[in-house]
Design a protein around this ligand. Structure first.
Ligand code: 13P
Length: 261
């Protein structure tokens, strides 16, 4: 199965209008400089909400896609103070949205069910959700990695099955495996550790739908750098990366894209 690699930059709560302009210009220039004959990775950047519209203008005419870092679980409009609807993200130029990032799960109490609802809301709005799963260090140490990741994935698959979207809509999702102990720590998973969990995730999806299991893209996230990206992306079930810190440096991010392409 030929899956086009994807590299997505999760800027988290970083940036300013000036810094974002410089970063995006750097990324665009870097990608232009290396665009050769080879088909390369799909590239997504995910700035904070308030900068999305301006980022969309800067990216206009380029192949770089825009994503948000979160979305409201409710569709349409309504009395949900502080929330941003998927339709609004589409309106300002987003095609993607991260849902269920471990920081949202850990710091803002998002449950598996909540993440599943957000996934449905994103799909209903026509966005591609980048659904994050991953275990804590103590869960890995207790040998519970597959169980935890399997539970997080199962909640999303069950919600899709039970909705009018159906499990077939999983084909419109991207999954990101981000072991919590590898995020922002400099301690990346080994390529073998990443491959083991990616193969497990793909296997679980294949059980539900073999075609989707073969075609869905599984990104790895957690301390990906230019220096370790190539060996991670070289694993058979790793289809690219979700990049935090290294996505804030144009040269580093472009080098990671090159490693995926
Ligand atoms: P780092 O690349 O900074 O470890 O962050 C990974 C991440 O959480 C991306 O969503």
């Amino acid at each position: 199965m030929n899956r086009r690699p994807m590299v997505a930059g999760n800027w988290k709560m970083h940036g300013s209008r000036a810094a974002n302009a410089a970063l995006l210009d750097g990324v665009l220039a870097g990608l232009r400089a290396r665009s050769g004959a080879r088909a390369s990775a799909e590239v997504v950047v995910c700035p904070p909400f308030v900068y999305l519209a301006e980022a969309a203008q800067r990216l206009a005419g380029s192949a770089v896609l825009l994503g948000a870092q979160d979305v409201c679980a409710e569709s349409g409009q309504g009395a949900f103070t502080g929330e941003v609807a998927g339709s609004m993200l589409r309106d300002v130029g987003c095609s993607h949205v991260i849902v269920g990032h471990s920081e949202r799960r850990a710091l803002y109490g998002e449950s598996d069910e909540w993440v599943a609802r957000k996934t449905l809301a994103a799909l209903a709005a026509g966005l591609t959700p980048i659904v994050c799963v991953g275990e804590l260090l103590e869960e890995r140490d207790a040998g519970r990695t597959h169980e935890v990741v399997g539970r997080q994935l199962a909640a999303v698959m069950a919600a899709l099955r039970g909705s009018e979207l159906g499990l077939t809509s999983l084909a419109r999702c991207v999954l990101a495996y981000e072991p919590v102990w590898a995020i922002g720590t400099g301690r990346t998973a080994t390529p073998e550790q990443a491959q083991d969990v990616h193969a497990y995730i793909r296997g679980r999806i294949v059980e539900g739908d073999a075609t989707i299991g073969g075609s869905i893209r599984l990104l790895y996230g957690g301390s990906v750098k230019a220096g370790n990206a190539r060996e991670l992306f070289g694993m058979p079930d790793v289809d690219g990366g979700l990049i935090g810190g290294a996505s804030l440096k144009a040269e580093e991010f472009v080098a990671i894209v090159a490693a995926a392409g």
